[in-house]
Design a protein around this ligand. Structure first.
Ligand code: FRU
Ligand code: MG
Ligand code: CA
Length: 605
């Protein structure tokens, strides 16, 4: 009896297990048969995946023949941005300015500079851009004001309300010269020379981290902080979509109250090539990246979030500017205590960390640096140039233009184009006689100015092959037009069958694909000179960039690229590539010429 019982139990258990096993197998088979559903696509806010285009207004388009770009010029080209797939523009400063630093020295934060136009024109520009679906960001310059600003004049005059608006300090008597005063500390300006300037009127020094005519605001004064809110609110009320915020690392300096009443000297770098008036002589311990500055940025974010909440409409944003190391840069996003800062800090790593000499491994390392350190859920951004640095094709090689633009647009997050990059504009030559950049004039001389000059990246935009490249009908332009405008201009590139601009158009179109806006990424070097960037998303097409950044042809094995499947379609290729867009790639062993880049479209994963 007992044995029978046992046998029955065993049979029963085996039977049940069998049924369970069968069910599991059936489940597995069933899920194998039905391909997995597409992922849920949650719409993302406009600024998280936009094509952001930097306009340098003085050099974009001149409407009245004075040789200086203006708002009416920008307005006349708004449709061009729509055609180009640009979602948002940010303009370098358009406010009233004596133009010592071409608008970064603002004398009236509430008005438009006369060479650029009028407030009515600005309002019209905003309205028209918005009709076309283009966002408009302004340049907000909080660190300093022009010494021509009423704030500064009143401060110098000791008007009580403005007395402490700037950073003023007594000097020290010069033991060698009774009539001379020595500055409060050894701080060096970004444009060379002491960061302190003597005011005869006030008998004190004021601080200027940039040009002598750019006096640093005193951010330890609540009235200054309040005024910054007023300025932001003024332009937001006009309808601006947000701000690019200038020169943040220099916003706050050491507090003399923590240093026995003195402004402490910055430590010396010990680098023999620098004299005491030269940038590089000191290490900016007390003048740059001070932790207190982030609290100001976090307050601005609170302000703008509140503004968004109170006013509805599309999100207004803060994109912060500042060259700093990776940890100090990431703090602009927010801190560990949960404070939130800029929507993103501009990523300058493609400007500071890679060059014509970089290997594929350097590129991968540079890209992963940002993505690794960025806080979870934050938005990355990428750019190869701006008004402060040599143009992209000049810093790299001209045969890399399409590959670099492809990389810029295919990476996750926001892509930033500096005006002219879409047509591969190179640095213009500017002679010493024609040089107007305050940095070049202050730091350099006839022999060395080119090391510092930002003029070559600011020469007028090349619209076509007519006089002044179609930028201006005037007899002269504020900076000379670069000599190569006959070969490199927008009109020609619109006509040519293959051109940098056509590649750019294909790229901005590609960005609209869900794989690009929502997909994952994989990036790795295949060799010293070639790397891949894969963008993939379950059930959507996969896009793979392969890019030879080297100076020689490179044989690569595409079977090593994850998510790769053949045949693949060449979606975009650099203009000198023998593989035409639309052609099919059957073989995974390929040779990429120097600078050649391909974007391959493959079946979904
Ligand atoms: C960026 C920049 C420069 C300008 C400086 C001071 O560093 O925008 O172009 O000279 O800040 O405003
Ligand atoms: Mg003009
Ligand atoms: Ca400052």
């Amino acid at each position: 009896m007992k044995t029978l019982h046992l046998v029955a139990v065993i049979i029963g258990v085996v039977g049940v297990l069998g049924v369970i096993g069968g069910l599991i197998t059936w489940g597995v088979l069933a899920s194998r048969d039905n391909s997995p559903p597409p992922p849920e696509i949650i719409p993302i806010d406009w600024w998280k995946h936009c094509v952001l285009y930097q306009i340098y207004p003085r050099s974009f388009k001149d409407s009245d023949g004075d040789g200086i770009g203006d708002l009416a010029g920008i307005m006349s080209e708004l449709e061009h941005f729509v055609e180009s797939g640009v979602d948002a523009i940010w303009m370098s400063p358009i406010f009233v300015s004596p133009m010592v630093d071409f608008g970064y020295d603002i004398s009236d934060f509430y008005n438009i500079h006369h060479e650029y136009g009028t407030m009515e024109q600005f309002e019209e520009l905003l309205a028209r851009a918005h009709e076309l679906g283009i966002k408009v960001l302004l340049d907000f310059v909080p660190n300093h004001a022009s010494t021509e600003a009423q704030y500064f004049k009143d401060s110098e005059d000791g008007v009580p309300e403005y007395k402490d608006f700037f950073v003023w300090a007594d000097g020290y008597p010069d033991p060698d010269n009774d009539t001379n005063m020595l500055p409060p500390s050894n701080w060096v300006s970004q444009f060379g020379g002491s960061a302190w300037e003597w005011s005869e009127k006030r008998q004190q020094f004021y601080l200027h981290q940039f040009a002598i005519q750019q006096a640093d605001f005193n951010f330890r004064n609540q009235a200054v902080k309040d005024e910054m809110f007023n300025i932001m609110k003024f332009w937001l009320d006009k309808g601006a979509d947000g701000f690019r915020v200038d020169a943040l690392p220099y916003m706050i300096e050491a507090d003399p109250e923590c240093h026995e009443g003195r402004y402490p000297d910055d430590p010396l770098s010990g680098l023999a090539q620098f004299e005491s008036h030269q940038l590089g002589y000191t290490i900016p311990l007390y003048t740059k990246d001070l932790i207190e500055l982030y609290d100001v940025v976090y307050e601005w974010r609170e302000f703008i979030d509140k503004y968004n909440e109170d006013n509805g409409g599309d999100t207004r944003v803060l994109f912060s500017e500042g060259y700093a190391n990776i940890s100090m840069t990431m703090l602009y996003y927010g801190n560990e205590d949960g404070a939130i800062g800029a929507h993103f800090p501009f990523n300058f790593d493609f400007i500071t960390d890679v060059s014509a000499k970089s290997s594929a491994r350097d590129f991968v390392y540079t890209i992963l640096k940002w993505l690794t350190y960025m806080p979870h859920g934050a938005t990355p951004n990428w750019q190869f140039g701006n008004h402060d640095n040599n143009r992209m094709p000049t810093r790299f090689r001209t045969n890399m233009v399409d590959g670099l633009n492809s990389l810029n647009q295919m990476l996750p997050g926001v892509t930033v184009t500096y005006q002219g990059e879409e047509i591969g504009m190179r640095d213009g030559y500017v002679s010493w006689e024609d040089t107007v950049d305050v940095e070049a004039c202050n730091r350099g001389d006839e022999d060395t100015y080119q090391l510092y000059s930002r003029d070559p990246a600011r020469t007028p935009y090349h619209w076509d092959n007519t006089t002044n490249a179609g930028f201006s009908t005037g007899n002269r332009t504020w900076l000379p037009v670069a000599e190569d405008f006959m070969e490199i201009n927008l009109a020609k590139q619109k006509e040519d069958e293959r051109s940098h601009y056509k590649v750019y158009l294909a790229l901005t179109k590609l960005r609209k694909e869900t794989t690009l806006s929502h997909g994952e990424y994989a990036i790795r070097a295949l060799s010293d000179s070639t790397f891949y960037l894969v963008r993939y998303l379950r059930t959507f097409d996969t896009y793979i960039l392969v890019f030879n950044v080297g100076e020689e042809a490179d044989n690569v094995d595409l079977s090593r690229v994850p998510q790769m499947s053949l045949p693949a379609t060449v979606y975009v290729s650099s203009i000198h590539s023998s593989r035409l867009p639309g052609s099919t790639l059957e073989d995974d062993q390929i040779t990429l010429e120097a600078g050649e880049a391909l974007i391959l479209k493959c079946a979904p994963v």
